[in-house]
Write a protein that binds this ligand. Sequence first.
Ligand SMILES: Cc1cc2nc3c(=O)[nH]c(=O)nc-3n(C[C@H](O)[C@H](O)[C@H](O)COP(=O)(O)OP(=O)(O)OC[C@H]3O[C@@H](n4cnc5c(N)ncnc54)[C@H](O)[C@@H]3O)c2cc1C
Length: 301
Amino acid sequence: MFDIIVIGGGVAGMTAALYALRNNKSVLLIEGTSIGGQIAQSPRVENYPSIKKIAGSELTDNMFEQISNLGAEFEFDNIEHIEKVDNVFKLTGEFANYESRAVIIANGVKHRKLRLPNEDDLIGHGVYYCALCDGPFYKGKDVTLIGDGNTALQYALMLSDMCSKVNLVIMFDHFFGDESLVKAVESRENIEITREAKTVALLGETELTGIRFERKDGTTFEILDTPLFVAIGQVPDNKKFENLAKLDKFGYFDSDESTTTITPGLFVAGDTRKKDVRQVTTAICDGAIAATGACNYLNTL
Ligand SMILES: Cc1cc2nc3c(=O)[nH]c(=O)nc-3n(C[C@H](O)[C@H](O)[C@H](O)COP(=O)(O)OP(=O)(O)OC[C@H]3O[C@@H](n4cnc5c(N)ncnc54)[C@H](O)[C@@H]3O)c2cc1C
């Protein structure tokens, strides 16, 4: 039995662990994929106050070391369900069950999919969502990327550094990212931008062989024999926790800066909750508030 279980090893979860450990609480941090979360995918973070430039993975490695030194315990598991029985939270994971007196959900967001019929079958077989993880497999080759926001722009730059050509296809006639990133992408010679084209089909049954796009006038074109990187945003994955915490219409936890939920002792932190700005700084802020709230709650039991 732990004082606090933190679900998610991103920056929100690790900050929550840091604050709880410094409050002398026992902490188990459960991570489903890999410690670090989304920011570990970013090769360059330049908006973390006081650090001019740092790789996302270095930032999260430092956080991991910091909480490990303070005595955090870790499990690799995917939490699928939580119940609260007599002031004890019972967590069901894919591999084991866990118990604690307070819980902080800091499970972030997942990659949004295109929702095309055979997309799931082609994941890892030509269709990817993380350029940092899978881009290096295509060093020196042509690749295709879909997306028009900051993540897509960062991915475009990253891929253009290692691939011979990046076909960047966007739905509208403009990007929705930072101007500096847009300029950087537009000035790269090996990035070819195609505007106002919608992805309508993924070709291939067991391996991606091509991508079909539709222009505004209804005509189609295909890009053949390249992998596809999809960077069209993120979505929350919170339905499984709806028994204990309200969700908004988009599926984010309906909580304010207090990070509290309708269940005493259950807190939600980071990108997973309703908010205007999803960034490292705001996730970290939530982690600190959630842990402080959880510690105060434990002191009242
Ligand atoms: C490519 C990219 C570049 C970015 N660049 C910047 C930047 O330069 N500056 C900036 O401020 N922000 C940037 N962001 C945004 C920033 O990364 C996020 O806002 C922040 O990392 C959110 O942290 P989090 O801890 O809330 O969630 P996440 O980082 O999403 O972490 C959540 C963790 O929970 C785990 N998890 C999920 N469900 C479960 C479960 N059921 N059981 C166990 N574990 C689970 C996930 O595997 C994940 O590791 C970037 C994002 C991306 C994708």
